[in-house]
Design a protein around this ligand. Structure first.
Ligand SMILES: [Zn+2]
Length: 147
C-alpha cells in the first residue's frame, strides 16, 4: 500500500475511534458527503488564507478522503466501465475446424477477447508478434476476465 493509502487507513481508524465504525455507526451517503464537504471547505478556506498552513490544508483533505473511502466501504463501490484498449496477446489456429483467431487483452482491466476471422496478413503479423498492435473495439469478441 502506498503512503497516501496508509495515511487514509490511519485516519479512518482515528475517525472510527471517535465516531464509531461503519458497523457500529452506519451513516447515509448524504451524511458522508456532508462530512467530507465540511473538511474540503476547511481545506479550501485554509488554502486561500494568507495565514493558511499548507499542512493543515493537506490534513483536511486527508480527513475528507477518509470519509469518502468509508462511505464507499459502507455503501459499496462502483467503478466506471473500462473503455477497453485491445492489444495482441497471441494467435490460435484450429486446423481441423479451420478457424483462426488473434487473441487480445485489455491491459487496463485484464479482460480477454479475440479477433474472429482475421485476414491472412493480420494473422501472419500477429504470429510474428513483432510489434504491439492495437485493434478496433468493434472487432473484438470479449471472452472474460483473467484477473
Ligand atoms: Zn478494459
Amino acid at each position: 500500500m502506498n503512503k497516501v493509502f496508509e495515511a487514509i487507513r490511519r485516519e479512518q481508524g482515528y475517525q472510527d475511534k471517535i465516531w464509531g465504525s461503519i458497523e457500529t455507526n452506519p451513516r447515509s451517503i448524504k451524511i458522508w458527503i456532508d462530512l467530507a464537504r465540511n473538511r474540503i471547505s476547511d481545506a479550501e478556506i485554509n488554502s486561500l488564507s494568507i495565514a493558511g498552513n499548507p499542512d493543515i490544508t493537506k490534513l483536511k483533505l486527508l480527513q475528507a478522503a477518509a470519509y469518502l473511502v468509508s462511505c464507499l466501504e459502507e455503501h459499496g463501490v462502483v467503478e466506471k466501465e473500462c473503455a477497453h484498449e485491445w492489444i495482441m496477446a497471441g494467435v490460435k489456429h484450429d486446423y481441423y475446424y479451420s478457424w483462426r483467431k488473434i487473441l487480445v487483452y485489455c491491459p487496463n482491466c485484464h479482460v480477454e477477447g479475440h479477433i474472429q476471422n482475421p485476414s491472412t496478413h493480420e494473422y501472419r503479423e500477429a504470429q510474428s508478434g513483432e510489434r504491439l498492435r492495437w485493434y478496433e473495439p468493434d472487432r473484438v469478441v470479449i471472452q472474460g476476465s483473467k484477473s
